[in-house]
Design a protein around this ligand. Structure first.
Ligand SMILES: Nc1ncnc2c1ncn2[C@@H]1O[C@H](COP(=O)(O)OP(=O)(O)OP(=O)(O)O)[C@@H](O)[C@H]1O
Length: 324
């Protein structure tokens, strides 16, 4: 559906994206992840047609997307881009904003559509409220509904749940992706939030300093990250000498997530507890092991400077052995 070939882009002299190539099929959900400033928003803006590439080509099916120099109105009509600074009309109501670009030809159809969108973003109670009187998170939800209003084929989301409180975020995410799947709408989401990525995207593209580091099925990428940088985008991760926990004798290291390290009183491999962070259903323990800081999950609080034995779960060990 969308193909990007060898795209490079610079803001004046600063080269921000280098030789980006990938394609997306209809109905797929893709995550764009990478450290702040790596070029995620810039890439979304290029795809939407707000920025002109210096090199490379973009295709929508077989049609080349030529960019803003060749279009009077920037932005491709089969896409919608939800930017971090949502463009809403502050003095108009939530419903008026959502319906702004919908046809007035059949008022009942328009009203039904606005109501459907209000339900998706859980803003039914604010239909007649002026946007200027909404919180940042509420504005973000209205902007999302407005982006969906004209049924785009491709939705480009830039940190879409950034301002939304945890309480709403989960249900909003579920509503949105249920709607996208039901309507076969493709999406690309630039995000820092691993929950956005893991539960809702088929593939993940990792960008580092303007280049694609990897593009992989999201589950595969999480279960078998190619390096520390990629694993750390999903949260805390430990890089541990493989020979300590396996019979491999080389000096390679392995990546182990905190839930894959367990306290084991029988283990000869000892770690010294530094801190315990309450996480609700477990504690995240920070400890010193083999002269480096490690993190692991434990059901109870451990006190500094307690010394405990640790082991790696058998699932993680077999994954590591399979790799070697
Ligand atoms: N309008 C601009 N003019 C000049 N430089 C810019 C402009 N917008 C972004 N940049 C620079 O381009 C680089 C990439 O920015 P971009 O916003 O694409 O990153 P990002 O990965 O989306 O970051 P974040 O996760 O913080 O939103 C950064 O170094 C940024 O400072």
């Amino acid at each position: 559906m969308l193909t990007i070939q060898n795209v490079s882009f610079a803001y004046e002299t600063q080269l921000v994206l280098k030789n980006i190539s990938f394609s997306i099929k209809k109905g797929e959900h893709i995550a764009l992840i990478g450290a702040s400033g790596c070029g995620k928003s810039t890439l979304l803006k290029i795809i939407y047609g707000l920025l002109q590439v210096n090199e490379g080509t973009l295709f929508w099916e077989k049609e080349e997307l030529l960019g803003p120099l060749y279009n009077l109105v920037p932005g491709h009509e089969n896409m919608k881009y939800l930017s971090q600074g949502f463009e809403l009309e502050p003095y108009r109501s939530v419903s008026e904003n959502i319906g702004q670009y919908l046809s007035n030809f059949e008022p009942k159809t328009k009203q039904n559509r606005v109501e459907e969108l209000l339900e998706i973003v859980e803003m039914m109670d604010f239909a007649n409220t002026k946007v200027e009187n909404l919180s940042g998170g509420q504005k973000q939800r209205v902007a999302l509904a407005k982006a969906l209003a004209k049924r785009p084929e491709l939705l480009l989301l830039d940190e879409p749940f950034h301002n939304i409180d945890n309480f709403r975020r989960s249900s909003l995410r579920r509503n949105l992706f249920r709607y996208l799947n039901r309507n076969n709408i493709t999406s690309i989401t630039a995000t820092h939030d691993k929950t956005d990525i893991l539960s809702f995207t088929d593939e993940t593209i990792v960008i580092k300093q303007g280049e694609i580091l990897t593009k992989e099925e999201t589950i595969t990428l999480y279960n078998d990250p190619p390096n520390y940088y990629v694993a750390s985008l999903f949260g805390e991760v430990n890089e541990i000498q493989t020979s300590l926990f396996t019979d491999l004798s080389d000096d390679s290291t392995m990546l182990v997530y905190p839930h894959e390290l367990k306290v084991d009183t029988a283990s000869k491999l000892k770690a010294r507890v530094k801190n315990a962070y309450f996480k609700g259903n477990h504690y995240l323990i920070e400890a010193v092991f083999n002269n480096t800081i490690i993190f692991f999950e434990h059901h109870a609080k451990l006190k500094s400077p307690e010394t405990i034995g640790i082991r790696v779960t058998s699932e993680a060990l077999s994954r590591i052995k399979d790799k070697n």
